[in-house]
Design a protein around this ligand. Structure first.
Ligand SMILES: [Zn+2]
Length: 318
């Protein structure tokens, strides 16, 4: 949608909501803080920290690409109804910036990545003044965002402060344990095979944290299409270095990565598609990959298995 049309739609929804008769929340909903989050990762964090005191709505479901996401009219309603809006930030939700700015005049609209020290961020290779937004790839960095969510919820609902404190501490500890376990698993991938080839550059933080060289076809944002020279560069690298597997992403069309596979074959080499990784969106609700922890564990096991790391440890006997 063009910017002017989007602005007009926001204005219409804002006015319609303000004028709606009986615009009072039902008693049950009034007890709980209404939090609208942009991505699944942010919504999951809000649910962990907020617990029973908040009602969290995620705008972007499984498979949705946040770089390209524009809000529907229903989404604008969900944003308007929120007491608190949480987004990921660092320009991940680029096309939502204007709408969030307007909504921020009436309620807290907060980027969870705000507290991250800038010296821990990775510069965007495409835009010199910007940072790579995919920080959730590194759990040791993502867990620092929990504190921001705690602060925002406590300010909006001071009576819940002790609950938010305890929940935030528990979730931070869970993410720290996830980070340590993930590092131990990733360390089993043999030295020569520590290369991660994916469709877009969503894994720079992941690669830095777990010692993997990351090769993406598109840039940081899926807004730019992979060119032929990109494809040849990556195919050459895979063939020369005998990279055993490449990966598709749940929120990016698999066509690009299949084209790489074909180009590698043209060079007389073979590379398998090692599986699907969750990069910018979580999996379906109710599945393990529908949570941040489950999504990261899925990525770790998929990558470790395809790149020749140690078999996953047997679950403890029941
Ligand atoms: Zn991305």
């Amino acid at each position: 949608m063009r910017a002017a049309a989007r602005r007009a739609m926001v204005a219409i929804v804002v006015v319609a909501n303000a004028l709606a008769p009986g615009n009072v929340r039902p008693a049950e909903a009034a007890d709980r803080l209404a939090v609208t989050a942009t991505t699944g990762q942010v919504a999951d964090m809000a649910r962990h920290v907020g617990g029973d005191r908040v009602k969290v709505t995620a705008l972007m479901g499984p498979g949705v690409d946040p770089h390209l996401y524009s809000p529907s009219e229903g989404d604008l309603g969900r944003l308007f109804d929120a007491d608190v809006i949480l987004f990921s930030g660092l320009n991940l939700e680029g096309r939502l910036a204007e709408v969030l700015g307007l909504l921020g005049e009436q309620r807290p609209v907060v980027a969870v990545t705000d507290p991250l020290p800038r010296d821990l961020l990775i510069a965007s290779p495409e835009y010199p003044d910007e940072f790579d937004p995919h920080v959730w790839g590194d759990p040791s960095l993502w867990l620092r965002c929990v504190e921001r969510v705690y602060a925002v919820l406590s300010e909006a609902d001071p009576e819940g402060e002790a609950v938010y404190r305890a929940n935030a501490d528990a979730y931070t500890a869970q993410l720290a344990a996830l980070d340590a376990a993930a590092a131990a698993r990733m360390a089993t991938i043999p030295e020569g095979q520590r290369v991660l080839v994916t469709a877009h550059d969503a894994f720079a933080y992941f690669g830095r944290r777990f010692g993997l060289e990351v090769v993406g076809l598109q840039g940081i944002s899926t807004d730019t299409e992979a060119g032929v020279s990109d494809l040849q560069r990556v195919a050459n690298l895979i063939a020369e270095r005998n990279v055993p597997a490449i990966f598709v992403e749940s929120s990016v069309s698999p066509a690009t990565i299949e084209a790489v596979q074909a180009a590698v074959r043209d060079r007389g080499a073979e590379v398998v598609i090692g599986g699907e990784l969750y990069s910018d969106a979580l999996g379906d609700d109710g599945t393990p990959e529908g949570t941040y922890v489950g999504m990261l564990q899925h990525n770790i096991e998929t990558i470790v298995t395809a790149l020749g790391g140690a078999p996953s440890p047997a679950p403890p006997p029941a």
